[in-house]
Design a protein around this ligand. Structure first.
Ligand code: ADP
Ligand code: MG
Length: 487
């Protein structure tokens, strides 16, 4: 009997606002414990929260990018529970009227999987984070750091539309790209700016009802999430195959042992006694406010990928690589656009894309810089691409010699530098004919074999001419001359 895995995700994204959701404490990651706190985040009696406007704006931006409906009237609720890292005794969150409803994420999953599944979003709500508890630093003591208490989070709740660990990874990647693109979060999983609760159930292949689910809390690494899902799916299958049932519960993942374990029975909404937050007025979003945000929204990653393909004729792979980050995409688009204007009729796009993907992006990663910070001016990169595209410079000589030379001498033009370094290829026929004759004279046997029909030897002659010219023989003209002389 084969089973299908059904997964729904609750993804928490920490917003990169300067201050917390309901007070002016710094929201920055890190800092000495309990320094980003105030009477409000410490929940002193009589203090009152005040909403951070930026947090709402960020929630609306993400909602628009994911095609959600934005609630015109949104408000907060209290979710009551006791834990030492939650000084108020309740979390300020949204239950009944979250900022965003509906929407979806289109996935690109590797071949062999479902093709481009669309994962529906149930809703996105705004809430605050709790503090951080540490139980393993001192014997018999738990340590509490409230720097994180009150930091704004968006919780993106998906429908149970995901079908396995690869889709979960693709979904998280897509959310990460989008929040970074929109500039609302750094999406950094290691620092906890993005984490998810994974709800998993299994059902018999072809069944249309859902099985009971378990929720694995707080996955903050894709690698661990994948292992946790695989373990949990096998555990549930074994239970059912043995004639048992899956109990709905909340589980943790033990990284060292690679197993999930029961934390508690699944709590129900009524256990939290949700009720509307009396200290924060409802937020009413006007049409003008929403229109303003919409107008400021940048072109989105998917549209940008499309543009790279249709306007510049780039392959899907290139388009995806160039649209990973907004700054890269913006730089690439400018470069490609300028080249089109400057060299109308000559298509430099693929050469420019190769330069970006194979040379400039690795350079930026190694130097920990953005492309915008590269000392070589964009016009100079266009000239570099033109030298290759017009056959004056071989792509490999460009990559190995001219690229590093330009970075060392960013003020020199690509053409000047290539000339100074004697890198330009020659299509000069006297020069090429002489080289070809020298090479053919060195291989009389091979020439005879070629003439008897072993045409594959052309490659050998080409290679020898190239070597003799130190890479400067222009390939097309060289081939022509070789074929002439070999007739
Ligand atoms: P709660 O609010 O009690 O955590 P929800 O019904 O809101 O429960 O669902 C939470 C998450 O669990 C959602 O992402 C949803 O898609 C997912 N989910 C619900 N039912 C299942 C199921 N049978 N299998 C897997 N995931 C599920
Ligand atoms: Mg839940």
């Amino acid at each position: 009997m084969s089973y299908e895995t059904v997964i729904g995700l609750e993804t928490h994204v920490q917003l990169s606002t300067a201050s917390k959701a309901f007070c002016s404490d710094a929201a920055a990651f890190g800092g000495a414990p309990n320094t980003h706190t105030s009477t409000i985040s410490l929940a002193h009696p009589g203090t009152l929260p005040r909403l951070n406007k930026k947090a709402i704006e960020y929630a609306v931006k993400l909602g628009m990018a994911l095609g959600c409906n934005i609630n015109r009237r949104t408000y907060f609720d209290r979710k009551n529970y006791f834990y030492a890292d939650l000084p108020k005794g309740f979390q300020t969150t949204q239950d009944r009227a979250p900022v965003c409803m509906g929407g979806s994420v289109a996935l690109k999953v590797p071949a062999g999987q479902r093709t481009n599944p669309v994962i529906r979003i149930h809703h996105i709500h705004l809430e605050e984070d709790a503090g951080k508890s540490t139980h393993d630093q001192a014997p018999h003591h738990s340590l509490i750091d409230l720097n994180r208490a009150g930091v704004p989070l968006l919780e993106i709740v998906s429908e149970p539309d995901l079908r396995g660990p690869e889709e979960v990874a693709a979904y998280m990647e897509e959310i990460r790209r989008l929040v970074r693109w929109l500039g609302i979060s750094d999406g950094n999983m290691e620092e906890g700016s993005m984490r998810c609760d994974v709800n998993i159930s299994i059902r018999k292949q072809g069944s249309s009802t859902f099985g009971n689910r378990c929720e694995i809390k707080n996955m903050n690494s894709m690698r661990f999430a994948k292992r946790a899902i695989e373990y949990e799916v096998n555990r549930q299958i074994a239970l059912i195959e043995a004639g048992g049932t899956v109990e709905q519960e909340t589980r943790g993942f033990d990284v060292a042992g690679g197993v999930t374990f029961s934390l508690r029975e699944k709590e129900n909404a009524h256990d939290y006694r949700y009720f509307p937050e009396p200290d924060l007025p409802p937020v009413v979003l006007s049409e003008a406010y929403l229109a303003n945000i919409k107008a400021e929204l940048p072109a989105l990653p998917a549209e940008t990928e499309q543009l790279f393909q249709t306007r510049f004729g780039l392959p899907v792979y290139d388009a995806e690589q160039l649209a990973q980050e907004r700054d890269t995409a913006f730089y690439a688009q400018q470069l490609l656009e300028t080249a089109v204007v400057q060299y109308s009729g000559k298509d430099l796009s693929k050469t420019i894309s190769n330069l970006l993907i194979n040379k400039l992006l690795p350079w930026a990663t190694a130097e920990n810089k953005t492309l915008q910070e590269c000392p070589v001016q964009p016009e100079n990169w266009i000239e570099y691409a033109h030298l290759i595209e017009s056959g004056q410079l071989s792509a490999s000589t460009a990559a190995q010699r001219l690229f590093p030379a330009l970075l060392d001498h960013p003020d020199k033009s690509a053409a000047l530098l290539a000339t100074e370094l004697n890198l330009l290829q020659s299509a000069d026929s006297d020069f090429l004919e002489q080289l070809v004759e020298e090479v053919l004279a060195r291989f009389p046997d091979k020439v005879a074999e070629y003439r008897k029909g072993k045409k594959g030897l052309l490659g050998l002659f080409m290679g020898e001419v190239m070597k003799a010219s130190k890479g400067k023989a222009e390939p097309q003209s060289t081939t022509k001359i070789l074929q002439e002389k070999l007739k």
